[in-house]
Design a protein around this ligand. Sequence first.
Ligand code: ATP
Length: 364
Amino acid sequence: MNQGSVDGAKYEIAVLAGDGIGPEVMDAAIQVLQALQTQDPRLSLQFRYVSVGAEEYLKSGNPLPEGALRACAEADAILLGAMGLPHVRWPNGRELTPQIDLREHFQLFRGERPVYLYHDADCPLKNVQAGAIDFVVLRESTEGLFASRHQTVVPDSEVVDDLLRVSRAGSERLFHAAFELAGKRRKHVTLVDKANVLPSMVRFRQIFDEVAQQYPNIGTDRVYVDAAALFLVRRPQSFDVLVTENMFGDILSDLAAALVGGMGMAPSADIGPEVAVFQPCHGTAPDIAGRGIANPVAMILSAAMMLEWLGSASCVQAAERIRQAIARVLSDASLRTPDLGGSLTTQNMTDRILEALFASESGQ
Ligand code: ATP
């Protein structure tokens, strides 16, 4: 639980590196956080390493043991790499998804996924300038179409239904979060739904309209999810905050990541009433795990989101310094990991970011 934002406060960070490239990108983020601490003695982060994920399941039979949940509850914030491996599954064949279990356990309803274009070369669209894509996908992360994920599928069923759950309380807290976030940005919220077809989405929109009335200074529009996919490609510059249900947010945030260079560039935060988890949007990337070539930028930007959320003056300043260092490195299009066509290793990229941090300290 976040103990408060007094400057000089000591924060305990639960570090859940996980599987695949999780530990590789986590190592990069920890190097950056340690460097910031050596530069600013007011910044005090204590890291508590917690074993979770597919490797933990192979050892103990539980990918998210009770002790890990306790450590998460006790920490001021949680940094998560990525969890799960394709060949490690529950006996019923389903993949392990402890990151989703965490969201449900701690009611991390507010899935914040900022999308920012650092360099036009990273955008697959024509004529989009750096900085022109700058929006946040706010994904409801405790209900929606994921609500039925625990149901048991009877073998050889003729019909299987998945339920899309929209609750008043779940939607209200999400929409308030969206309007508050937009209030700190460009003051516009786009509701993404499917209210032309699904009754749950009609209700979702009604609740959105009610909450919107409490924020007269924030502009709104409403788009169907299929149109949202089109508009995100056609005119991504026009969005500020997009708010949507769990599954739509899952899909659109991957599309959005592709607009700014892919999964390695997409940070996220899952924030609940008391606990918050900061992790890159990407998974464990088994295809590149162990090769030392994962892009650490999404993980390091997630660490910056964590610092900002912790909220003390030194943390907020450190978050800004990370963003500036990353912007500085990415302004040179030749400095990229292989996912973006470059040849830097994870450590090379981390070293560049560390150099940029030290350069900013010495005013270079
Ligand atoms: P999940 O279902 O957990 O989201 P996934 O297998 O669908 O996982 P990812 O693990 O995110 O998806 O991988 C999707 C693709 O993006 C893969 O080709 C992977 O190599 C690439 N990728 C993901 N993260 C990174 C990263 N940090 N650096 C480089 N490439 C990455």
